[in-house]
Design a protein around this ligand. Structure first.
Ligand SMILES: Cc1cc2nc3c(=O)[nH]c(=O)nc-3n(C[C@H](O)[C@H](O)[C@H](O)COP(=O)(O)OP(=O)(O)OC[C@H]3O[C@@H](n4cnc5c(N)ncnc54)[C@H](O)[C@@H]3O)c2cc1C
Length: 440
């Protein structure tokens, strides 16, 4: 351990590791502190699908270079090895409470997949192996506990340990403690809290093979979402249960859902192989993520999550910006690198990926007053498949356009439903959700 680092990175997720790679490759000394003992272990629920590989996302066009086994972001000058398995997924089937279905994508004949199922543990391992070893020191089982300003340096506290650096990168994910300590959360809106349990299961009988299956349902009249994605090899599926309702006991929900007659045939032979959980605060995003020589990256600065590809690009670009800022300091050059990163963040994430659109996907069960209205909408809109996407922002746009086009016919057919929709359609999803889950 050095007496002083150029940068201390808090969190060794995709964002923190790529920030460390950018800084190390530019010749700066980095300490990465991570609370997990096993850096590559995935201990929190994650869909482990990379999306979207068929459209621009955060200003780049991600792809997997199969020959060299690398994940590539050509416009950002970023690539890193990935030595694990990949399964391309081409279709997304979405079920309403009464099993009406909407489909995105047309199948493997369509060209590019909508998501890549991958192994996140192998990816984290590959990212760690790719770090410049003479520059980046990793500190597992080291949990950030505080930040102390010092003379020309910042001191990161991890229990009894102290790490000194000219700059700090906060990449400690959703619920970031660094963000809380910096005071950002006082100006952000806490909209809801997301509760998740997830399971790797075998013996699952999917209604559609090699696809992404999602469903909106209720447990004790409270909305619960089901996500099912195939793992990249073998027979395993990743089964995720999500709710914004604190009163839903998700541990009991696994049994309730797998026995429910709507889904029971899918789960008749299912067996749990591995269990995960997650709890995430959903806040409005941070608009200007640099304060007092601390740059906040990845999910830590976002509304709940950027998706892995967004977190990676934010980590890489943020790391490069801090490398350039340190160089500016050394040379006495007028600073601009951090401002350029903040512009990128503002223009690429805040302006193009409106968190309200993101919330309308999570809040879909709240945007419609009753389950039978969701069924009606699914039946109306689900007549033909939508273009291929698993990008929540793109999906919102496609659904919104089709709903708008269907409104005149719906007005004739079910004016009562259109009247119900009007009550939420002109409100911000954050307001609708916050009111429904009692955060108002
Ligand atoms: C249920 C669920 C499903 C998801 N599915 C997908 C999906 O299918 N595809 C996709 O692209 N994205 C998915 N995501 C989102 C994805 O997981 C994140 O966007 C991505 O991991 C963010 O990367 P990050 O590096 O910013 O944060 P994280 O991956 O959260 O990494 C933060 C790191 O900081 C560490 N840390 C936290 N606090 C401290 C502390 N105090 N001290 C030290 N270390 C600390 C954590 O242990 C962690 O290693 C999902 C998320 C959830 C919750």
């Amino acid at each position: 351990m050095k007496e002083r680092y150029d940068v201390v990175v808090v969190g060794a997720g995709p964002a923190g590791l790529l920030a460390a790679k950018a800084l190390g490759e530019n010749g700066f000394d980095v300490a990465v502190i991570e609370r997990k003992k096993d850096l590559a272990a995935v201990t929190r629920a994650c869909g482990q699908s990379l999306l979207p590989p068929n459209e621009y996302f955060f200003g780049d066009i991600f792809h997997y270079n199969e020959k060299d086994k690398r994940f590539c972001f050509p416009l950002s000058g970023l690539s890193f090895p990935y030595t694990g398995p990949i399964k391309p997924l081409y279709t997304w089937h979405m079920f309403s409470p009464a099993m009406k279905r909407m489909q995105f994508g047309y199948g493997p004949q369509q060209g590019a997949p909508i998501a890549l199922s991958y192994d996140k543990e192998v990816m984290l391992q590959s990212m760690i192996a790719d770090l410049p070893q003479n520059r980046v020191e990793l500190f597992p089982a080291t949990e950030y506990t505080g930040l102390i300003p010092g003379q020309g340096a910042l001191m990161v506290q991890a229990g009894e340990q102290r790490f000194s650096g000219s700059c700090v990168i906060a990449a400690d994910g959703a619920n970031s403690r660094v963000v809380q300590h910096l005071g950002y959360n006082t100006n952000r809106r806490h909209i809801a809290t997301l509760y998740v349990t997830s399971y790797f299961i075998t013996g699952f009988t999917p209604p559609y093979p090699d696809s992404i299956i999602t469903a909106i349902t209720t447990v004790n009249d409270k909305p619960v979402y089901l996500f099912l994605l195939p793992r990249p090899t073998g027979e395993e599926w990743n089964f995720i249960l999500l709710t914004l309702e604190p009163s839903v006991d998700l541990t009991k929900t696994y049994d309730a859902i797998t026995r429910d007659k709507r889904y029971a045939s899918w789960f008749a032979n299912a067996r749990r192989v591995r269990d995960f959980a997650a709890t995430e605060y959903i806040y409005s995003p941070i608009l200007r993520p640099f304060r007092n020589n601390v740059l906040v990256l990845g999910d830590a600065a976002a509304c709940q999550e950027l998706e892995c590809l967004g977190a990676m690009l934010s980590g890489w670009k943020g790391g490069l910006a801090i490398a350039a800022a340190l160089k500016e300091q050394q040379l006495g050059v007028m600073p601009r690198a951090v401002a350029l990163y903040e512009d990128w963040w503002l223009n690429t994430y805040i302006k193009q990926y409106d968190y309200q659109e993101y919330l309308s996907v999570f809040g879909i069960a709240y945007m419609f007053a009753r389950p039978d209205i969701i069924d009606y909408i699914f039946e109306r809109l689900g007549t033909d498949p939508f273009p291929p996407t698993f990008n929540p922002y793109t999906a919102t746009g496609l659904l919104g356009n089709k709903l708008q086009a269907a409104l005149p016919a719906m007005l004739k057919d079910r004016p009562d439903i259109v009247q119900q929709l009007a009550a939420t359609m002109f409100r911000f999803p954050s307001d609708v959700i916050a009111a429904a889950v009692g955060q108002d």
